[in-house]
Each structure stands twice: as structure tokens, then as C-alpha cells.
Write a protein that binds this ligand. Structure first.
Ligand code: SF4
Length: 223
């Protein structure tokens, strides 16, 4: 059986129909601005010490003061030694292959083993979005499989917002991961549209999908 990529799992958890379109168009390359945002995750220490003007030139999505204060909170939460590893991981951009999935782990922290995935997007109020949780579980499972050691946690970073969040691989997260895995493997024709239409607002396939988003409804005077 072929490996399922972390990216496909993430998209399937967002909306299986989106994955169907993405595959049809073979559209898997991230837009160029993603690399610039991900690079922020490798210079947190520099950002913490940066002046407002310097930070204002970075692709950050909050004001410089908020950015520094969020990073300082994260440093406190993770503890000095883990924070150092997080800022300067020994292994970065590692291709990890597990029993079922394969994908790039942006940072692989050791002692204990913990993968970190870096998202270019906005974090939720608390925790991490489900698609990223599913990808993080996949990454943790792949790393565990390769190193033949249990991996209990993973990190998801939203560097544009200075948000760095650790998740624990509990029963519910694992169940959602398995559901996404089944979805990817069983994808055949176009699946039903998501019932959560707020997702369609940010979906690049909304036109093709025939979903009328709120933005369009507002333009037409129905919003
Ligand atoms: S527009 Fe909505 S239903 Fe259609 S693919 Fe995108 S998220 Fe899914």
C-alpha cells in the first residue's frame, strides 16, 4: 500500500472534496510566501531581541509587542532547554516515513523525541486546528515508527502569530487521524461538500465547487 502524505491528511481533515480537487489539479506546491513565514520559526530568539521597526519588516500578522510577548510566553511554557532546541533544532526538514504516512517534519526535537510542524496560517483561540492536529499525529507516528520509540506529543507552530502549541496524542486525536487516513485511502469520486461552510470562505476551489461563499453573498446583497 502506498504512503499517505501529511499534506493529503491535512487537506482531507479540512474537507475531503478539497483533496479531490487538489489531486485532480496536482496542486501540491505551497505558495512562495509560505517559505518566508516558515523561516520565522527558525529565528525566534532574534525576533525576541528585535526592535519594532525590524519586526515590522517581517511577515508577522500581529503587532511587534504582541509578537515578542507571545514568544516570551512560549519560552516560559516550554522551559529554557526545550526552547533552545525548538529555536535551533538539530534536525530540520526531515522526511519521516511511518507505517502508513510520510511527510516532512519541519523540526525534529530530541530528548524526548517530538516532531514540530510549522503552519503558515492563523492559530485558533486555543489548541490547534483539526487538520494540523491530524498532520501532527501523523508526523509523531512516523517518527515513532522510524525510531522505534513512543512519541507522546507534537508541536504545531504558527510563527506569523508567535503561537507555539504542544499537543498530546490522546485517544480522540488518534481517532481523527485514523478517520482522515481512511478518507484519503478511499477517495474515489468527488466527496460531499463540507457542511461547515465557513471553511469554504478560505477555500481556493469555492468557484469550481459551486459553493456560494459569504463574500459573494455580501457582494450580491444577501450577506
Ligand atoms: S469550497 Fe467548501 S465544500 Fe468545496 S472543496 Fe472547498 S471547502 Fe470543500
Amino acid at each position: 500500500m502506498s504512503y499517505v502524505t501529511f499534506g493529503d491528511l491535512r487537506t482531507a481533515a479540512y474537507c475531503p472534496r478539497k483533496l479531490y480537487y487538489r489531486r485532480e489539479e496536482d496542486d501540491r506546491e505551497p505558495p512562495p510566501e509560505v517559505a518566508a513565514i516558515r523561516a520565522l520559526a527558525f529565528r525566534y530568539e532574534r525576533s525576541l531581541a528585535a526592535e519594532d521597526a525590524e519586526l515590522a519588516d517581517e511577515p508577522i500578522a500581529v503587532d511587534p509587542g504582541t509578537y515578542r510577548s507571545r514568544l516570551a510566553d512560549a519560552r516560559e511554557r516550554f522551559g529554557e532547554s526545550r526552547w533552545e532546541t525548538l529555536c535551533s533544532p538539530e534536525e530540520r526538514g526531515v522526511l519521516a516515513t511511518g507505517r502508513d504516512c510520510r511527510g516532512v517534519v519541519h523540526k525534529l526535537l530530541t530528548g524526548p523525541l517530538e516532531p514540530s510542524l510549522v503552519s503558515p496560517g492563523r492559530p485558533p483561540e486555543r489548541g490547534v486546528w483539526e487538520p494540523q492536529s491530524v498532520a501532527a499525529v501523523a508526523a509523531a507516528k512516523a517518527v515513532a515508527w522510524e525510531h522505534e520509540r513512543p512519541v507522546e506529543t507534537a508541536v504545531v507552530e504558527y510563527p506569523a502569530y508567535g503561537a507555539i502549541r504542544r499537543i498530546r496524542l490522546g485517544t480522540r486525536r488518534k481517532a481523527r487521524y485514523r478517520r482522515a487516513l481512511r478518507t484519503v485511502r478511499s477517495l474515489d469520486g468527488p466527496p460531499a461538500r463540507t457542511r461547515n461552510r465557513s471553511k469554504c470562505e478560505a477555500c481556493s476551489y469555492a468557484d469550481r465547487c459551486g459553493v456560494r461563499t459569504r463574500t459573494l453573498r455580501s457582494l450580491l446583497g444577501f450577506g
